[in-house]
Design a protein around this ligand. Structure first.
Ligand code: MEV
Length: 298
């Protein structure tokens, strides 16, 4: 039996959401991960990153071993061949780790007939995310599980159905830094005046973003995305490859452009009014930088 999950991006509020501020997330249904289980005498794990016995998983993938062993103990199941297939770039800000964990738990749910609630699924995925990086806010786990976005804080989760009639171009720098590293970088500096100011400014921007979305005010939303990028730069989360893509998107008519997710690589997002505008930006990002791109209607 198979389980699957889609990707996510953050429109506003990455990093500050870890410290209790609001953030805004969107599901990305074009990208997904599936896990198929087949009964077997022994546990194996077949993925783009590793194929072989579950017991021999490389250290970096140990959270998968711990998740699978915990599921099998808790639900008293036998061993399986686990096959993970993903169309989602790994470590690019799409929530690939949360999506993989969701796909695995859903595959157990389907195979063992568990009928898990969304809350139980979230708990499994969030405990996996805690093994992957120590301070997950929960926004990735929540957004890959549900079919709509969220205005999210640790204390309030409000579903968000975006009907702006606008478009986001998502472009991949093809450079990677694990979320664990960027989150640890912010944690190390969070008490400095520079980071304190940046984190609270990012939280304030997400609140204004919620209003801009409610008013369908694209210009304000774009300006808030640009302001958010300024604060993310202030926290040294940008890189030359991010800046190159942002400059190209801005030179080709983006209303607002920023990194999305942990930063230090990964993806940027650019806001546009029409599909034609989005396609112009997409062409420039592909022609000038060879960037993989996606367009999402929001
Ligand atoms: C990662 O998609 C978003 C971060 O804010 C981490 C988190 O919220 O868990 C960087």
């Amino acid at each position: 039996m198979t389980g699957s999950a889609h990707g996510k991006i953050l429109l506003l509020g990455e990093h500050s959401v870890v410290y209790g501020h609001k953030a805004i997330s969107l599901p990305i249904s074009a990208l997904n991960t599936t896990c198929t289980l087949k009964e077997s005498d022994e546990n194996t794990f077949d993925s783009a990153l590793y194929t072989g016995h579950l017991n021999a998983l490389p250290e970096a993938l140990h959270p998968f071993k711990r998740l699978i062993e915990a599921l099998q103990n808790h639900y008293q199941s036998g061993a399986f061949i686990h096959t993970l297939i993903s169309t989602m770039p790994i470590g690019a800000g799409f929530g690939s780790s949360a999506a993989a964990a969701t796909a695995i738990v859903r595959a157990y749910d389907a195979t063992l007939g568990l009928n898990l609630s969304k809350e139980t699924l979230f708990d499994w995925v969030q405990s996996f995310e805690t093994m992957v990086h120590e301070l997950p806010s929960g926004i990735d786990a929540l957004t890959v599980i549900h079919d709509q976005g969220f205005v999210f804080s640790k204390s309030h989760k409000t579903p968000l159905n975006l009907t702006l009639g606008a478009y986001l171009v998502i472009a991949d720098t093809k450079t990677r830094t694990p979320t664990k590293t960027s989150v640890a970088h912010v944690a190390r500096h969070k008490t400095t005046p520079q980071f304190k100011t940046a984190l609270s400014a990012l939280g304030g921007i997400a609140i204004k973003g919620e209003t801009a979305i409610a008013q369908k005010d694209l210009e304000s939303l774009g300006s808030l995305m640009n302001q958010s990028m300024t604060w993310l730069r202030e926290m040294a989360l940008s890189t030359p490859s991010i800046e190159k893509l942002i400059a190209t998107a801005n030179a080709h008519g983006s209303i607002g452009t920023k990194l999305t997710g942990g930063g230090l690589g990964g993806c940027i997002i650019a806001l546009c009014e029409t599909r034609k505008d989005a396609q112009n930006i997409e062409r420039a990002l592909k022609d000038l930088h060879g960037a993989p791109t996606w367009i999402a209607k929001i």
